[in-house]
Design a protein around this ligand. Sequence first.
Ligand SMILES: Nc1ncnc2c1ncn2[C@@H]1O[C@H](COP(=O)(O)OP(=O)(O)OP(=O)(O)O)[C@@H](O)[C@H]1O
Length: 377
Amino acid sequence: MQESFHRPQGVAVSAQALQQRFGSFHALKGIDLELAPGRVLALLGPSGCGKSTLLKILAGLNQPSGGALYFDGKQVASPQACTPPQQRRLGMVFQDYALWPHMTVAGNVGFALRMQGLARAQVQARVDRALAQVGLAGMGHRQPAELSGGQQQRVALARAIVAQPALLLFDEPLSNLDRDLRESLCSEIGLLLREIGTTAVYVTHDHEEACTLADEVAVMFSGRIGQCASPQQLWGQPANAEVARFLKLGAVLPAWREGRVVRLQTDTDAAATMQVTLPEANMAAASGPSHQGQLLVPDSAIALQQAGATATGDAPTLTAHIAAQQYRSGRWRTAIALPGGEQLHTWCRERLPLHARVAVRVDATQLRWFDAAPAAA
Ligand SMILES: Nc1ncnc2c1ncn2[C@@H]1O[C@H](COP(=O)(O)OP(=O)(O)OP(=O)(O)O)[C@@H](O)[C@H]1O
């Protein structure tokens, strides 16, 4: 029986319950997404979570085994029918640039326009404009082999935008470049996307890249979206412990709560328990009166208590030990290990002895609670 899906209005991309099976392996297990025109979505997640598989369905390179995909309210993919890539008005940028080595830069960028039968002068004008937009004005006569990796990726970007696509797709385009170049090109791509206003989907496993570029970030795990939100929301209000762990927001500790009162063991001594009352806003992932679950202690919520200092006010404290320190830009980035092995990170002015026992003051207003999730099907 064919499932029924709604025809989305005013949405550039709408994925409804998308599934992808490869034989018995279920690579996408029901993806729902909506992307407004001109917005940039990053697909972020660990290796093998299904980012590229989802991008290939958007590109028309894979046909979904379930669900439906709409571009501008028109269905482009379902298990029954699939619009081919060349009819989807797409621009694509891949990790390996995929430039034709025997063509000049201008030849590469203008190829699709020539195939569309545009007049020579028109092709030239649009190629020149696209090259200027990516910072390669005047380099159209060069061969790809005469360019650096970063410049080749700019050519690929110019080629993707020159035909004014309705949707731009990026598959880890910066992962072959060194760190400095990655950072600068990433901000440039972000600015360019805002300038041209094209809807875009960008696959990456790099948190910073996702935040720099995207209006929304979908964090994926094992073929599902764990959370889709703005970078600010994701970092400030992670929806579950898996998202918090993946984003490395801090330590995620097993705990117990009754109402808003959370208790966790703070030391190897079973009697040592920290008890805090969380603000209502930090309990969004809680239901029912009491529950076993996990407490996120973000790195930003902790401060090392000076040796010998007495606890101030009723700030809760954890006992931990110094696990490692690295000197960076005049300060020590300090890893603190909690009894269960989880680590928190903070900055110190001074070097501390390795394995020294320390007390860690915790700002309870920054803690977040997650009820233990039922076992995944
Ligand atoms: N054609 C295929 N046949 C069988 N399995 C596949 C196929 N394509 C992808 N897979 C599997 O589907 C899962 C998701 O793969 P995908 O490439 O989408 O992950 P990813 O999140 O993009 O990972 P990475 O960041 O490493 O590129 C993986 O387990 C992969 O092995």
